[in-house]
Design a protein around this ligand. Structure first.
Ligand code: NAP
Length: 256
């Protein structure tokens, strides 16, 4: 129960890694505000949390994390409903698979906006809630950004995604430095290949899966829960001396 009495926000909480993270935080006592564009997906996660029947609970707030007014509405909701924020997981992300010479400007912009600009927008808008809370009560407060293995190395036909995720890893370090005096830790996690709606199409291709298995020391793709475990650790007081770090959770891809 590392998140008893904690209020948490998980962006992209309606599916994949965000869903598993929200469930994990709620399992350990958090009140989790699920943010994403599709209310139905967020509701499904909220119902899964309700079915757990534990101390944790979930609330749904449909918003686009690339739109300042919508992110401000999330902040206003949390201020009114909870008056505090302890954990922020910037997890929302998208990608496309396009050759460099065919990559459109729109594709480039969309991927930068959802993966990287959202970290700026959401962290800047919600951090004041965390800072005000820290002045009242010096308890564990943390931001965890979901970057990617792709932020560490080039991947075929995802130059825009790799650049955005490298940006997230860099932004994590700058934010960690700026927010440390306020008692807020900021770290990122870089997943390797994980079975989620984002990778669903690629993972239907048997040759692609075999190639991943060959190139991964643990010889398999990861599960959303295996990433959620690390996010929960970084968000918890157990990681109290960690800030500005990026943790690779890639099954040993980079060492292979
Ligand atoms: P996913 O299931 O597609 O989750 C992404 C979530 O982000 C969706 O729930 C989506 O919901 C939300 N989202 C997208 N655009 C949004 C926006 N503008 N505003 C608010 N929410 C938005 O994929 P996932 O694999 O769990 O991805 C989670 C994170 O892990 C991403 O940052 C991804 O880049 C990263 N990652 C994944 C892998 C992998 O192998 N799966 C590997 C490395 C990193 P809506 O569409 O309803 O808004």
């Amino acid at each position: 129960m590392r998140f008893s009495n904690a209020v948490a926000v998980v962006t992209g909480g309606g599916s994949g890694i965000g869903r598993a993270t929200a469930i994990r935080l709620a399992q350990e006592g958090a009140a989790v505000v699920l943010v994403g564009r599709t209310a139905a997906k967020l509701e499904e996660t909220a119902q899964a949390i309700e079915r757990l029947g534990g101390a944790g609970r979930a609330e749904v707030f449909a918003a686009d994390v690339t739109k300042r007014e919508q992110v401000e509405a999330v902040a206003e909701y949390i201020r009114r409903r909870h008056g505090d924020l302890h954990v922020l997981v910037n997890n929302a992300g998208i990608s496309t698979h396009t050759k460099w010479l065919e990559l459109t400007e729109q594709e480039w912009d969309d991927v930068q906006q959802v993966n990287m600009k959202s970290v700026f927008l959401v962290s800047q808008t919600l951090a004041p809630l965390m800072i005000e809370g820290a002045k009242r009560e010096r308890v564990n407060r943390a931001i965890v950004n979901v970057a990617s293995l792709s932020g560490h190395q080039a991947g075929a036909h995802i130059p825009h995604y790799s650049a955005a995720k490298a940006g997230v890893i860099s932004l994590t370090k700058s934010l960690a430095l700026e927010l440390a005096p306020h008692g807020i830790r900021v770290n990122s996690v870089s997943p390797g290949f994980v079975e989620t709606p984002l990778t669903e199409r690629g993972l239907q291709n048997e040759r692609f899966v075999k190639a991943i298995e060959r190139n991964t020391a643990l010889r398999r793709v990861g599960t959303p829960e295996e990433i959620a475990n690390v996010i929960a650790f970084l968000a918890s007081a157990e990681a109290s001396y960690m800030t500005g770090s990026d943790v690779l959770v890639d099954g040993g891809w980079l060492i292979t």
